[in-house]
Design a protein around this ligand. Structure first.
Ligand SMILES: Cc1ncc(COP(=O)(O)O)c(C=O)c1O
Length: 412
């Protein structure tokens, strides 16, 4: 069974725990996480260490496939895959039929973006923290469809400027698209405020929640997003090769996916097809069933712990890490924004981010490197080439943070 602090069905207790962020049993969390025996893992915004129940669910399904056949195993696992849709729906505060399961956040985001009926002259409004793959799609749409992309500068706190968005809204805005938490820092953009502006103007709002899903409570009704994309392997601790897309039900019914197959549509006569209802029209027939099941187990595991509790502990540990790093000579913490999450970025004078991260890796401390090409709007603005990214999860400990800080401080 996944680590639980409240019976899975006990909504009132869970809601209370989410509010107060009490009750996290760190020892249990760590017993559930085999990887902690081998590494101090601060690459949770890359791919978190999966908990044992996720690992077991994936391996067991692969074994069943080998034993009885892949199609037969999928058929026997229908309940488990249905549970994945239900868990993701619960995570986001939406219905199961508003969820498409895909193989990564990029595919989810692209499926939504390329289905929008954008035309020449339409403006796309986005933020400075936007992720490279999203921007590449905007540039692609500029070339192929004649749309224009406008980057709203950050406000004085270093986060998306909602007032500036309001000023720039107009009848030619075809999309508002926001990265909730960027790949290159602890910033949490004010997504709900952005959603409110977009909804009031009747403009579609696409939220990239890839880095926030699993570490920040998400409710699509509060966020007022029409579409939301996320991945399974990061803060949700699911298997690699998993992702999902939320599309609001009545909005989905108006969208024609950029690609169709015999799962997303049915060939009903020689020259006609009918799209699958809701978000299913954004899926493909083939999928890694074991991964899908693993994703559901991961989401249920996070829900059982409480995303509020995860969020609280993760942000608290990240704050402690930032405070300790600020004490080190030559180290500059680079996170900006009014609200910060579990991602910590920093630079060290005299040692590049790549060299420092590789040095830490040799000491079994996992971090990653945020490079200019992945968030160019922001990195260009700040004149940064690369930063070390240490992304904390709730299963990390103060001891691991102390190890990381000591290793950063050590001479190279
Ligand atoms: C903000 C953001 N969006 C999207 C993605 C892409 O996710 P995936 O690799 O699952 O496609 C990432 C990956 O790091 C990301 O940081």
């Amino acid at each position: 069974m996944p680590h639980t602090v409240a019976a899975p069905g006990n909504m009132a207790v869970r809601a209370m725990l989410e509010r107060t962020a009490v009750g996290l049993d760190i020892d249990q969390l760590r017993r559930d996480t085999p990887g902690i025996a081998h590494v101090a893992h601060f690459n949770n915004a890359g791919a978190a260490l999966p908990p044992e129940p996720v690992l077991r669910a994936v391996v067991e399904h692969l074994q069943t496939e080998a034993r009885i056949g892949g199609y037969e195993a999928a058929s026997a696992a229908q309940e488990a895959t249905a549970a994945t849709y239900a868990a993701v729906g619960e995570l986001l505060g939406c219905q199961s039929d508003e969820i498409a399961l895909v193989d990564c956040a990029t595919r989810a985001w692209e499926a939504a973006f390329h289905s929008l009926p954008l035309k020449a002259g339409d403006r796309i409004l986005t933020g400075q923290a936007e992720y490279a793959s999203n921007v590449l799609s905007y540039l692609h749409a500029e070339r192929r469809r004649g749309v224009t992309v406008e980057v709203i500068p950050d406000d004085a706190h270093g986060q998306f400027d909602v007032a500036e968005l309001e000023r720039r809204m107009g009848p030619d805005v075809g999309l508002v698209a926001l990265t909730h938490v960027p790949t290159n820092g602890g910033l949490v953009n004010p997504a709900a405020a952005v959603g409110a502006v977009a909804r009031a103007a009747g403009v579609p709002f696409l939220l990239d929640a890839c880095q926030s899903a699993g570490q920040i409570a998400l409710d699509v009704r509060d966020l007022r997003c029409d579409m939301l994309s996320a991945t399974g392997r990061k803060y949700l601790r699911g298997p690699r090769g998993t992702g999902f897309l939320y599309v609001r039900r009545d909005f989905a019914e108006r969208l024609e996916p950029a690609t169709v197959d015999l799962h997303s549509a049915t060939w009903i006569s020689r020259s006609e097809y009918r799209l699958a209802p809701g978000a299913r029209r954004f899926e493909t027939w083939e999928s890694a069933v074991a991964n899908r099941i693993g994703l559901g187990v991961a989401v249920r595991y996070a829900l059982d712990i409480g995303v509020g509790a995860i969020s609280h502990r993760t942000a608290m540990l990240a704050d402690r890490l930032r405070a300790a790093l600020r004490e080190l000579p030559g180290v500059t913490v680079r996170d900006k924004g009014e609200r910060l999450c579990g991602i910590v970025t920093f630079t060290k004078a005299g040692e590049t981010g790549s060299l420092l991260s590789a040095r830490l890796r040799r000491q079994a401390i996992n971090t990653s490197v945020a490079v200019r090409e992945h968030t160019r709007f922001d990195m260009d603005e700040r004149g940064l080439d690369e930063m070390v990214r240490a992304s904390v999860h709730c299963y990390n400990t103060d001891e691991e943070i102390a190890r990381l800080v000591a290793a950063v401080a050590a001479a190279r």
